[in-house]
Design a protein around this ligand. Structure first.
Ligand SMILES: [Fe+2]
Ligand SMILES: [Fe+2]
Length: 146
């Protein structure tokens, strides 16, 4: 298992769910269910990715700053998720915040795939790339069970 492929699979899931939410209305069952799913995907991914991708990248000078930047973006997204949870889903404010989150998610995932992966390929060797992929997938499976 290659860490980059594993991360991309879950990024795709997030992109799809986030797009689907934009098509929903008010406090419908569909929106509620998709929102629960998206939060679960985001949290499990952020935690597993930090542990098995960003922590190793932080240990190398060349990738430390970029790794910190990405983790800071995780925190920004978490704050926005909390704000959405505190907002009534049937209001236009919820959709305004959600559009912001949708944009942040897409920006973050694109940046990971375009910039962070290139940098990570320079600092991780083939064995590490395989090992992190397995560890990441295992942690994701455990997180999504709970
Ligand atoms: Fe991320
Ligand atoms: Fe990611």
């Amino acid at each position: 298992m290659i860490i980059f492929d594993e991360l991309v699979k879950d990024h795709e899931t997030q992109r799809i769910i986030a797009d689907q939410i934009l098509e929903t209305q008010g406090d419908s069952t569909e929106r509620k269910q998709l929102w629960v799913n998206l939060k679960k995907e985001l949290t499990a991914h952020e935690e597993s990715e930090e542990r098995h991708f960003y922590i190793p990248l932080m240990q190398v000078d060349k990738s430390q700053e970029q790794a910190r930047h990405s983790v800071a973006e995780h925190h920004e997204m978490d704050e926005l998720v909390d704000k959405l949870d505190e907002t009534d889903m049937s209001t236009s404010a919820w959709l305004i915040y959600f559009r912001d989150l949708h944009e942040k998610i897409n920006h973050h995932l694109d940046e990971e795939e375009e910039d962070v992966f290139d940098l990570a390929k320079k600092v991780l060797n083939d064995q590490e790339i395989e090992r992190l992929g397995r560890e990441y997938r295992q942690m994701m499976q455990e997180k999504k069970k709970s």
